[in-house]
Design a protein around this ligand. Structure first.
Ligand SMILES: C[S@@+](CC[C@H](N)C(=O)[O-])C[C@H]1O[C@@H](n2cnc3c(N)ncnc32)[C@H](O)[C@@H]1O
Length: 255
């Protein structure tokens, strides 16, 4: 991917930020839940239960609700996002919720923050999908202390290879090659164009983790609840009840 995906994605998110205000406000007021189906934290365990005394960073924080959940669990939280419009919402909601979060406007691939400054890093559809893994994972590794953990949630590769090139909803057939999968360019699709996002094959994720120096602690594939009937983010519930549309990697930087 040689196009300037950072600027493209920043422009997409600035233009779309107003559409995320309501959802962000709702999530700031709710218990932690994850992904497009809002799966409960008690089933997934993405966050440490007690974060008192921990330093944590959210990479690509959007409206900042994940940062808010970590602050409410006692962590000292930093949150970075490339979109000033998304950050404006995050800052306002943080103030309303009385949380003290260090918000930074910048690229999660090059935060400029010191080495080994964090015990915990997380990204839910932030750097996790909008930055090339080979770049942002190295930055996350640098930011973590030895024994620090990184959790990230994003699109499952199946969701990308089952999505038509037109941008139409995912189907139960293969629309793109799996071999050499890198992500998807949604900028010129016919239906609801957006930015450029990234995902790898399983083998490539594992090879990259090994190369950077992460150990895998857990891996989760997320499905839609059986009670769901609607389509979310171009994933029909019926599809996601049979195929995982999202994945969560839990990584550790060895001591
Ligand atoms: C979907 S939001 C993620 C926040 C939230 N968890 C959510 O799911 O709504 C995606 C965010 O990633 C941010 N983003 C995209 N590329 C980025 C980059 N290179 N560095 C930092 N943030 C980035 C966007 O600005 C956007 O606010």
């Amino acid at each position: 991917m040689t196009r300037d995906y950072v600027t493209i994605n920043k422009d997409v998110w600035n233009a779309d930020a107003e559409n995320w205000v309501q959802g962000g406000a709702r999530l700031w007021s709710s218990d932690p839940m994850w992904g497009i189906w809002g799966l409960p934290e008690q089933d997934l365990n993405l966050l440490p239960q007690d974060m008192t005394g921990m330093t944590a960073i959210e990479l690509g924080c959007g409206t900042g609700y994940v940062a808010g959940w970590m602050a409410k669990r006692g962590a000292e939280v930093t949150a970075i996002d490339v979109s000033d419009q998304q950050l404006a919402t995050a800052r306002r909601l943080s103030k309303e919720h009385g949380t003290d979060i260090a918000f930074i406007e910048g690229n999660a691939e090059t935060t400029g923050l010191p080495d080994a400054a964090f015990d915990f890093a997380i990204s839910e559809y932030g750097a996790a999908i909008w930055c090339p893994p080979d770049i942002w994972l190295r930055e996350a590794h640098r930011l973590l202390r030895p024994e620090g953990r990184l959790v990230f949630l994003g699109n499952h590769p199946l969701a990308i290879i089952c999505s038509p090139e037109s941008g139409a909803p995912a189907e139960a057939r293969l629309h793109r090659p799996y071999k050499d999968l890198w992500g998807a360019d949604w900028t010129k699709v016919e239906i609801d164009p957006s930015g450029i996002c990234f995902v790898l094959t399983f083998a490539d994720w594992l090879a990259l983790f090994r190369e950077i120096g992460f150990e895998v602690e857990n891996y989760q594939e997320l499905y839609a609840p059986e009670t769901q009937t609607e389509m979310r983010a171009f994933i029909p519930a019926e599809w996601a009840q049979k195929y995982p549309c999202e994945q969560v990697w839990h990584l550790r930087k060895p001591g």
